[in-house]
Design a binder for this molecule. Structure first.
Ligand code: AHR
Length: 365
């Protein structure tokens, strides 16, 4: 492949550091054709190396977080579908099982394999500069997907979600919904995601910002590690420590919320649109939206896992010698049933909520 050429291009890309966050409201535009590889000839195709013109297979190493949630399964499938042999890719996939050391090792193995591109979904947001420097020295462009890297900018592009906006949305929705229900005092329990993951940091920060502004009481925040077992264990402990003292539970993903439901069922706590506790979730995968439809989740705030087509656009841009946008935000929606669809804004921008119907559930991942 054109490793040396790409190394020079990558350095130029990083130097330019182009910011192209295209998020408006709670949505960004999807590419015209999500799944298909770019077919249009780039303007400067004549300058592309001969091996590209010959249709060489592009090798990619993907260091995935793990398999902790429905969301993660959808993310993995999205990458495997897009970066398939049929589409001209050779994908080396490593499930890092939520182990940061294993993830660094996976990246270093990809460098040894001399892959053309490395995709990283960083388990935690720090500790990355050294290995990204090694990628840069090897001339291998890195694309960061989903979670962010906060202590290095040595990557070509990031494609993912604005997690703080998700947390702000949950907070602003709760304010409007509680007002509609005549609830004047909020006593919330938070089951957070993996500590140090940007998805956890952003959602916690966003929700806390609204809680501080509104004077809500956040009784506790403990990690459920984005898993159903973790959510259940934390909620079992909360049900004992805070029995009768809470009226809101915020789970930072659907799987944690499934576990929290089991714990609340066992403790005789009612939740959802007809219960005593407002149950908020993030991700809005198919199984999560089914809980919204069943009135068990009060609202679900989407984190869109289908980033791979956008990552492919980044790779195709690099292949043709272009400079990709440094940041690409995924389109996201906020879901509820009509009873819980309320008007709210984030930093002055009016938000649109999506009603959960059978068709909406069927179209979800
Ligand atoms: O980084 C995205 C988060 O990670 C999703 O909310 C969660 O389900 C996943 O494990």
């Amino acid at each position: 492949m054109k490793k040396k050429v790409l190394g020079v291009l990558l350095a130029a890309t990083m130097a330019v550091g182009m910011l192209a966050g295209c998020g408006g409201g709670n949505a960004t535009e999807a590419p015209a054709d999500d799944a298909a590889p770019a077919e249009e000839a780039p303007a400067d195709e004549a300058e592309a190396p001969a091996d590209d013109a010959a249709g060489d297979v592009i090798s990619i190493g993907f260091a995935q977080v793990g398999h902790e949630s429905d969301w993660r399964t959808a993310s993995t499938k999205s990458c495997q579908d897009v970066f398939s042999a049929e589409n001209g890719y050779d994908l080396s996939f490593v499930d890092c099982d939520n182990d940061s050391a294993a993830q660094l090792e996976a990246v270093r193995n990809f460098i040894q394999q001399d892959v053309d591109y490395i995709i990283i979904d960083p388990i935690v947001s720090t500790g990355w500069d050294t290995v990204l420097t090694e990628c840069e020295d090897a001339g291998i462009p890195v694309i960061v997907i989903d979670r962010t890297i906060d202590d290095s900018d040595k990557y070509a592009a990031w494609v993912g979600s604005n997690f703080k906006t998700e947390g702000l949305a949950a907070g602003e929705w709760l304010k409007a919904y509680a007002e509609k229900q005549g609830i004047s005092e909020i006593n919330a329990l938070v089951i957070s995601g993996t500590t140090g993951a940007s998805a956890q940091i952003g959602r916690s920060e966003g929700f806390q910002e609204i809680a501080d502004r509104e004077g809500w009481n956040i009784l506790d925040e403990q990690t459920g590690d984005f898993t159903e077992d973790g959510g259940q264990a934390v909620m079992e402990s909360y049900c004992k420590s805070y029995a009768g003292k809470f009226n809101v539970v915020v789970c930072q993903n659907d799987n944690e919320a499934f576990g929290a439901m089991t714990a609340m069922d066992n403790a005789g706590v009612t939740y959802g649109l007809d219960g005593d506790v407002i149950l908020i979730s993030f991700d809005a995968c198919t199984a999560g939206l089914e809980k919204v439809k069943a009135r068990q989740f009060s609202a679900d705030f989407e984190c869109n896992p289908l980033a791979a087509p956008f990552v492919e656009e980044v790779i195709q841009t690099l292949q043709s010698g272009g400079t990709p946008d440094k940041e690409v935000y995924m389109e996201e929606h906020w879901f509820a049933l009509p009873d819980a669809i309320v008007d709210f804004s984030i930093d002055g921008a009016a938000q649109t909520m999506t009603e959960v119907t059978d068709d909406v559930i069927a179209a979800q991942y």
